[in-house]
Design a protein around this ligand. Structure first.
Ligand code: SAM
Length: 251
């Protein structure tokens, strides 16, 4: 188990209420909470949801929560990344995340058929999710997120709102699910392509992709002279589709 499990407990009541209100603007039948800790966010979520399933990795914290015998709360002791969520078809997921696994949590949650997720995360990561093309923050995680969701940075939270305070600023992000893009038929292949595009961020797409497609093929496309960070998700998807077409054409 990683030391301390990213345990920074939020104690500002008004911030906790704002996160719960963002997760459940209307009453929800079922909410999954990641990392409930001592239950600071669990209680405001229970005020807005009929049932909360709270998944906590720390055995002592999980046992303490369970000992409250709250009939509308199911406590699951386990690693969120490994817990099978199929018994709880929640359309809302929320949490003050353990920052050391933010990316794997997003990779698990975003492809799920949810309505939205509301997460408190490191501000620097939040800025990568909402980044626009042409900025330093725009990268693989931005494109991955946009495939599944429209991200909105709701508000920032200073270190002093936590006990113990983290070394970084934090931010609350709402990720609202979007329908799959009709331009991307094979998501796994597209993500492999995007990962190659951003492999060396300062290099052009021609350089990053020549191993996969060959320079000659890439020279047909004007975008090949640009860097990946200069292309919007739709432009990356269009380039991917055209390169796939080339690869599929018989010689
Ligand atoms: N929700 C509480 C709050 O706001 O005060 C605690 C948030 S704290 C930042 C993150 C919580 O996630 C901790 O309680 C920690 O034990 C838990 N945690 C860490 N890794 C986890 C994992 N892999 N699966 C589930 N919970 C985890």
């Amino acid at each position: 188990m990683p030391r301390r499990l990213g345990q920074h407990f939020l104690h500002h009541r008004s911030i906790l209420d704002r996160i719960a209100a963002a997760a459940c603007p209307e009453e929800e039948p079922l909410v999954i909470e990641i990392g409930p800790g001592k239950g600071a966010l669990t209680m405001p979520l229970l005020a807005r949801a009929e049932h909360v399933v709270a998944i906590e990795f720390d055995p002592l914290l999980a046992a303490d929560l369970e000992a409250r015998h709250e009939p509308r709360l199911t406590v699951v002791h386990g690693d969120f990344l490994k817990v099978d969520l199929t018994p709880w078809p929640a359309t809302v997921i929320a949490g003050n995340l353990p920052y050391y696994i933010t990316s794997p949590i997003l990779e698990k949650v975003l492809p799920m058929p949810i309505k939205h997720a509301v997460f408190l995360m490191q501000k620097e990561v939040a800025e990568r999710l909402v980044a626009v093309p042409g900025t330093r923050e725009y990268g693989y995680l931005t494109v991955f997120t946009r495939l599944y969701a429209e991200p909105k940075l709701l508000f920032t939270v200073p270190p002093g709102s936590f006990q113990p305070p983290p070394k970084v600023d934090s931010a609350v992000v709402r990720l609202t699910r979007v329908p799959p893009s009709p331009d991307i038929s094979d998501t796994a292949a597209f993500l492999k392509f995007v990962s190659a595009c951003f492999m060396h961020k300062r290099k052009t797409l021609r350089n990053n992709l020549s191993g996969l497609y060959g320079r000659e093929a890439l020279d047909r496309f004007p975008e090949a002279g640009k860097r990946a960070e200069q292309l919007a998700v739709s432009e990356l998807a269009a380039l991917f589709a055209r390169l796939q077409n080339l690869n599929e054409k018989p010689c």
